[in-house]
Design a protein around this ligand. Sequence first.
Ligand SMILES: *Cc1c(COP(=O)(O)O)cnc(C)c1O
Length: 391
Amino acid sequence: MSIMGPPSASGRFGEYGGRFVPESLIPACFELEAVFNEAWGDPEFVGEYRRILTEYGGRPTPVTELRRFSQKLGIRVFLKREDLAHTGSHKINNVIGQALLTRRMGKTRLIAETGAGQHGVATATAAALLGLECVVYMGEVDVARQALNVFRMKLLGASVISVVSGSRTLKDAINEAMREWVASVDSTHYCIGSVMGPHPYPYMVREFQRIVGDEALVQSKEILGGKVPDYVVACVGGGSNAAGTFAGFVDTTAKLVGVEPEGGAAINRGIPGVVHGMRSNLLQDDVGQVLEAHSISAGLDYPGVGPEHSYLASIGRATYVTANDDEVLNALQVLSKLEGIIPALEPAHAIAYVIREAGKEIPLGSTALVTMSGRGDKDAESVAQLLGDDV
Ligand SMILES: *Cc1c(COP(=O)(O)O)cnc(C)c1O
């Protein structure tokens, strides 16, 4: 039995997870769970999911050895190249799976919420491919900040709804998408972008992302003469690229390390609570008010984390560490200059950890596989602003 097997019948990973939603959404969660379980055991469904990710998504993505970077650090570092997947990140693996499920449920419409816009663009992409209607909820503040992604979603045929309630950011967009899901659940699937939300989402999204870890296990064994890497490292926002990566290695000897942003370290500094349909670690104050996360990478700017990560931390199977903004900006430049790969700010957190700990926590001569969850083009403008002339 794998340490990352299915959760309990009520969607628990240990004491985390569950299904904390209004009565009106319970049937939709049950329907989704039943349809997912059936589809995931159906070779025809799995075959189509894999075919699309191959022919359209560009899978399998390669594993690249970083020769100059490794020489500098004294450890052998490999990247799992999700930056080379269609749309430039691992998000495509999840949205293709959920779009196929939408069709299987006989639904015609996808809704999603997005902060920085990356999950909105990915959902709009999958909807276009499968001919589904797509509506993306986005806080008014984010709509203004992320004009280019708003335009991309529109080009892909999606409608973008600007949410003007509350702080007009991601958490308000989530509330609005939930409300809309209640009202239109017969025709509409709510496409959640990470290993979060009520059961079955954390489990289902991890299963759609495990293709990253399953491929990387085979690829790294091939490179290492049958051995697995000593360390397997991934950044953690909601935690989907890390969960997908860890799923491939959890039953091996590899040490699993998740890297959180210092200002959004839900596992390192949060305490268990219930938010957005799940029980997990959460940044909150003394009276249980959810605190805002702060990170230079919009994709990690979330006060919570997927429940399975809280579980893996609680049993000690995975370790969670943090990287700060300066370390991340440095890592982004080092990788760019030594290897010709510009990482997104999110995976630059994982790179930053490896740079900081090479020869310390990570002994010299070790091997480490890092998931490069996405490419850095989307962040070029904000990195330019942060670095100014210092490059
Ligand atoms: C969205 C995003 C993340 C954060 O999401 P996880 O669910 O934690 O994987 C990380 N990296 C990139 C490139 C992203 O686009």
